[in-house]
Write a protein of this length. Structure first.
Ligand code: FO1
Length: 312
């Protein structure tokens, strides 16, 4: 792994930025390091939502309405499962199921998640390297005010992240090992990008894998983060609510505080331009740009800006 641009990634927001990056930088020179703490086992199948969202988006195959799953999907397996009273709150489309069947089969044969991910990405014709942050099992666990601790997908999908959260932890992170070559890649990269993903439950688990945060801190001057908070709100998902519930200011300043040890630069949206000085007073250089990606053209524009601010 010797790519000059390395991106720490969650799901939908990261996938959009990566779709821009592959348009403005040689894909073979890009590495995406993806969160796996959303992974879950359902029906005995290993599901890796963020890895699949990145692969499907870059392959141009993602469902544009949801940002996850495949476009033009059918749901016959879920309908059939419903007859038995099986688990259908987490919707696995008929074609998407093939990915989980393949991954589970290969893991059962002893392949590691990085190897299986490389096989899946190659099968979709992708040139950039996509790796899970770790081959070990890590899982975000969410403590809710009413029900105690529950699994991430139970919180995110089943409860539609519509419950009060008092704590978040990443089970397994303390004993996890970074994917082989990852720490070396962070040390060798010219630019490291933190994608506009949820800082608590997407980028947080990536940084918690032992070795990753110190490796990022050592490269702080070369790290550019893109704020997932725009105008005090998350573009998608519960980042805003989670930040508030866990005691962080829900603004670009709050994001800067969360990343100040690992990123020298934060890109914020134009609507937050009035907060640029406050970001800088946290000790993080601030770049103001249009960060909302409506399509691949605006994603490419943002990717160009991110790479340019890394060049100084
Ligand atoms: N998100 C939902 O809101 N509902 C679903 O039924 C759902 C199914 C699903 C299946 C495969 C997959 O890769 C992702 C899926 N997601 C679903 C999205 C996903 O769980 C979350 O967006 C991420 O974990 C958060 O990044």
């Amino acid at each position: 792994m010797t790519q000059s641009v390395v991106t720490l990634a969650g799901g939908v927001g990261a996938a959009k930025l990566l779709a821009g990056l592959v348009r403005v930088h040689p894909p073979g020179d890009l590495l995406a390091v993806v969160n796996t703490a959303d992974d879950t086992v359902l029906h005995g199948l290993h599901v890796s939502p963020d890895l699949d969202t990145v692969v499907y988006t870059l392959a141009g195959a993602v469902n544009p309405d949801t940002g996850w799953g495949l476009a033009g999907e059918t749901w016959q397996a879920m309908d059939a499962l419903d007859r038995y009273g099986g688990i259908t709150w987490f919707r696995l489309g008929d074609r998407d199921l093939a990915t989980h069947l393949y991954r589970t089969h290969r893991l059962g044969q002893g392949a590691d998640l990085a190897a299986v991910t490389a096989e899946i990405a190659a099968a979709w014709g992708l040139e950039l390297a996509i790796v899970p942050v770790t081959n070990d099992r890590i899982e975000t666990r969410v403590t809710t005010a009413d029900e105690g601790e529950i699994g991430f997908q139970d919180y995110f999908v089943r409860r539609r992240h519509n419950v009060a959260v008092t704590a978040v932890r990443v089970a397994g992170s303390q004993t996890a090992h970074p994917t082989p070559g990852l720490i070396e890649s962070l040390a060798a990269a010219r630019t490291i990008v933190i994608a506009p993903s949820n800082p608590i439950v997407s980028i947080g688990p990536v940084l918690e894998v032992p070795g990753v945060r110190p490796a990022m801190a050592a490269r702080r001057d070369s790290v550019v983060a893109v704020s997932p908070i725009v105008g005090g709100a998350a573009l998608k998902g519960p980042a805003d609510r989670l930040m508030r519930e866990l005691g962080h200011e829900c603004s670009v300043v709050g994001v800067a505080r969360l990343y100040r040890d690992v990123a020298a630069t934060l890109v914020i949206d134009e609507v937050d331009a009035h907060l640029a000085d406050d970001v800088e007073s946290v000790g993080v250089s601030c770049v103001v740009a249009p960060t909302v990606m409506h399509g691949v053209e605006s994603a490419a524009d943002l990717a160009r800006i991110v790479l340019k601010c890394a060049d100084g």
